[in-house]
Design a protein around this ligand. Structure first.
Ligand code: PHE
Length: 436
């Protein structure tokens, strides 16, 4: 008889959930959206989004998983009322995880490539160094090779199970990530640009905040907290017994936000010391930073530490993305975990080839960008919205209080999950489909 694997400890769950949350979104995307939107003014808006939407939806997802003890498809079916097939939300989540991991793995492959190059050290002129990225992009075989390597590593970890695979890997990788980040923060504190970076991160420049900054803040907070596609439902389903869901959600969101902020502290002083624009765009970590590493004293070591940090963050997020599809296969088709990992891993690997071959595109948009747009701009906010609606309107207060508690703070958060989060998510969604 199949019995569900569970986390060994609460700490194991928190580390795995933080591992899922902390990823490319924090280290790569966050600093550059902050740069683009006026520094700390944007950070204030971002914090409001985390509190008003991030934490409430995190509570919703953990609750749905823990209560049903099922994958996202099963979980939504579990709460079904009437004829509307709630399980469709779960299917969309599984699909979204498949799409995100297919390109996330390709980007993680680039990081592996840069980590390898860091051991040799970056040297040469500015153009030569930024050419490395162009050359990597133009080489489909190299991209496919790294993508294969990343997928194989993630599959091997997942095949070991929830406790021995996900939890064990998170318990090793997350503390290492923490140490590397602190070392890099200390290094950045010694740079001349630190003063300017600190000013940038703490003095708000509201003139650069636009209407779309609000939506960008909400979208970014959603992506970095791994919400809207069932990752936290899946991780919640491996919880049992007494768990303070609100406290866990606050802890996960706080650590995720702290790490995003610290990544800014690492990146901005390097950028300011070298007189660059803080909003250098997504090319920042692959084109700009390596040039700076090649000029900085001790840059060799800093670059190894930096790419190792990004790699650990990306791997633990990739693990959670594949786990959604795996738990779906195991629960719904009663197949063994190894078989589920093999089937879903192979499907994602095949789909990822589309993103790995950078010159394949749809009407001029490369697959990688297309998939990112579909998943993070449309599917995640829509998934979050549907989860909030199911939670808010199809589950009784009594049921919610019995699991989450009825202290005033819980009541406030449940109110936010029922009314505030859906409205804000609806706005993001309408904006994304171009209705205003
Ligand atoms: N939270 C991850 C990041 O910040 C991305 C992610 C999204 C992971 C959705 C799982 C689910 O990079």
């Amino acid at each position: 008889m199949y019995s569900r694997d569970h986390w060994k400890s609460k700490l194991g769950f928190i580390l795995a959930a933080v591992g899922s949350a902390v990823g490319l979104g924090n280290i790569w995307k966050f600093p550059y959206v902050v740069g683009k939107n006026g520094g700390s003014a944007f950070i204030a808006i971002y914090l409001a989004c985390v509190i008003l939407v991030g934490i409430p939806i995190l509570i919703v997802e953990i609750y749905l998983g823990k209560k049903s003890q099922l994958n996202p498809v099963g979980a939504f079916r579990f709460f079904q009322k009437g004829k509307v097939p709630f399980s469709l939300i779960g299917y969309a989540g599984v699909l979204c995880g498949i799409i995100i991991l297919s390109y996330y793995s390709v980007i993680t492959g680039w990081i592996c490539h840069y980590l390898m190059l860091s051991f040799r050290g970056f040297s040469g002129s500015e153009t030569e160094i930024s050419e490395i990225f162009t050359a990597l992009n133009a080489n489909p075989w190299l991209n496919i090779a790294w993508h294969t390597f990343v997928m194989a590593a993630v599959m091997m970890i997942l095949a070991k199970g929830v406790r021995k695979g996900i939890e064990a890997a998170s318990k090793i990788l997350m503390p290492m990530l923490g140490v590397l980040l602190l070392v890099l923060v200390c290094y950045s504190l010694t740079l001349d640009g630190m003063k300017e970076a600190w000013r940038f991160l703490t003095y708000p420049d509201f003139s650069r905040v636009t209407g779309s900054s609000f939506l960008e803040a909400l979208g970014t907070s959603f992506f970095t907290l791994s919400l809207g596609m069932g990752a936290m439902i899946t991780y919640g389903s491996y919880l049992k017994g007494e768990v303070n869901i609100t406290k866990s959600a606050v802890q996960i969101a706080s650590i995720d936000t702290l790490i995003a902020f610290l990544s800014g502290i690492v990146i901005f002083p390097i950028v300011f010391t070298n007189n660059l624009e803080p909003s250098a765009g997504p090319g920042l970590i692959f084109k700009t930073l390596p040039v700076l590493f090649s000029k900085m004293p001790g840059g060799h070591i800093v670059s190894i530490a930096f790419f190792a940090l990004v790699l650990f963050a990306a791997i633990t997020s990739a693990i959670s993305l594949l786990e959604v599809a795996t738990s779906f296969m195991v629960d719904e088709y009663k197949c063994s975990r190894t078989k589920a990992v093999l089937i879903m891993g192979t499907v994602i690997w095949l789909l990822g080839i589309l993103s790995a071959v950078s010159y394949w595109n749809v009407a001029g948009t490369p697959f990688l960008d297309l998939f990112d747009k579909i998943a993070s701009c449309y599917m995640l906010p829509l998934g979050g919205l549907c989860s909030a609606l199911v939670f808010g309107w199809a589950i009784s207060k009594k049921q919610k209080y019995s699991e989450i508690g009825s202290k005033p703070i819980n009541k406030i958060l449940l109110f936010a999950a029922k009314y505030i989060s859906p409205v804000l998510l609806l706005l993001v969604f309408i904006k994304e489909i171009g209705l205003f």
